[in-house]
Design a protein around this ligand. Sequence first.
Ligand code: GLY
Length: 324
Amino acid sequence: MGKTTDKGPAILIHGGAWHIARRDRAAHTAGCREAALAGWERLEHGGSALDAVEAAVRVLEDNPRFDAGRGSYFNKEGRVQLDAIVMDGRALDFGAVASVERVRNPISLARLVLERCEHNFIVGPGAEAFAVARGMSLCDPADLLGTHDTGSWSPAVALGFGRVPVAISGGDTVGAVAMDVEGHLAVATSTGGTPDKWPGRVGDSPLVGCGAYADDQAGVAAATGSGESLMKIVTSKSAVDLMAAGRTAQQAADAIVAQLWQRVRGYGGVILIDPAGCVGLAHNTPNLAYAYVLADGTMAAGVEFSPNSTPGRAEGLAAVREDI
Ligand code: GLY
């Protein structure tokens, strides 16, 4: 990565860092491409970075392939509980929600919190009540169930309240980072969290600085992977701080993923855009699905493989693949 955008517009999205089975890779790539193009359409018509990341993440939430919105993993009670955040790099403002069960597109509720709430972060039934108070309709929790076959993890298993294996072949949290034509930065992150999570468990994704951070003066970052580890190193803010100190997006991405392993033995990935408009991506999980569109029209989408270049990554690969 490290492509230069000539200072925007640009959008980079991911469909989650974990193992993605060979049979699922084309579908993950197609889903990421569709999401990046939805965001790009906003940007090329002069829309804001905030509009672009929300549009992109809505597409991923609606696609049951990904662990966000419809098709998210089930918790120990067989229920879907969703978390999301949007952050606007102009004034460091953000909106976040967690543990919502009746919201079809949590990213749009997070944006509603950003724009029409005196608070920044609301959870559970309170967040759902806020949605209704602002005119957003709630969905049936059943609307969030996926329909695709994901092997050992399936709605049928979860609806029977069966425990699901922790190692699954699928995506993880989704996220988008964008720079608009005016050079403003924004990020959106949405997730169903980890499979078989404890009810009420919240990971890094909706936590400002952990799952997402945007600062027009320094850069923008979105994280994916094991929230318990990503929180400990405040992954997204730490990555943005590296860019503020002069690292390019790709250098910061590589450094923060190395730190994730070295400091807390964590697995995950990040996507970044620096203030010069360069994009960066790194992960230490076996795979990461992604797509981007740059100012010069360059478009790419695919499933990244870990370069397996550090002992941490190698150990991670072995540990993860044993379970699959
Ligand atoms: N990174 C998503 C989570 O741990 O919830």
